[in-house]
Design a protein around this ligand. Structure first.
Ligand SMILES: [Zn+2]
Length: 201
């Protein structure tokens, strides 16, 4: 019975496989074209995937536009928020461990990155802090200490912090979106927009 059913549908199955394979090939061609477009827009040499440790060595150049776009976004976003922090006061904006005299060394996320990437590149969620205050936040959170939470509310105000907490979480950010956000930050940096506005931007 089973084998009969198999025979009956054999022709259909072959056709389906062929159609699927064609669709895969078409998607691949589309993806390669899209990636080439994004790589060109980024305007940098395509990255070459590292040689695989096992099996046949990879000799073909592999473009990794997603990584390139996110690297560019992270660099632009960090530059923007650190310039903004340096312009605002020039010292660590958190000031809990350093006492407010620490240097601006890292981007500091008000809602932690552990909650998800939805606000990872959102300048409203980022301040400039010293290493010690940034590291201290992690330990305070683990202990359930309210010190950082109230500091955030002092700096940004209740409304802004509530908004950040409501909007934190995970988000699917496409390569195109990441690139567009990177370009947006680069434009703001070039225009000196990090000088404008109070907290939050
Ligand atoms: Zn500090």
């Amino acid at each position: 019975m089973l084998s009969m059913r198999g025979d009956c549908f054999k022709g259909t199955k072959v056709k389906t496989d062929l159609a699927r394979s064609r669709a895969r090939k078409a998607r691949r061609v589309e993806k390669v074209a899209e990636n080439a477009g994004i790589a060109a827009a980024i305007g940098k040499e395509p990255l070459i995937a590292s040689k695989q440790g096992l099996g046949r060595p990879r000799t073909r150049r592999k473009v990794l536009p997603r990584r390139m776009a996110f690297n560019r976004l992270e660099a632009a976003c960090k530059t923007f928020v650190l310039l903004r922090a340096k312009h605002r006061g020039g010292v660590c904006e958190i000031g809990i461990v350093c006492g407010g005299n620490g240097p601006i060394e890292v981007w500091y996320h008000v809602t932690p990155q552990a909650l998800g990437n939805a606000l990872k590149y959102d300048a409203r969620n980022i301040l400039g802090s010293c290493h010690s205050c940034n590291g201290g936040e992690y330990f305070a959170r683990k202990r359930g200490s309210p010190v950082y939470g109230s500091r955030h509310r002092t700096i940004l105000g209740n409304e802004a912090v509530d908004w950040l907490q409501a909007n934190a979480g995970r988000k699917q950010i496409s390569t195109r979106e990441a690139l567009d956000m990177a370009i947006e930050y680069e434009k703001k940096i070039a225009a000196g927009e990090w000088r404008d506005g109070a907290v939050p931007m």
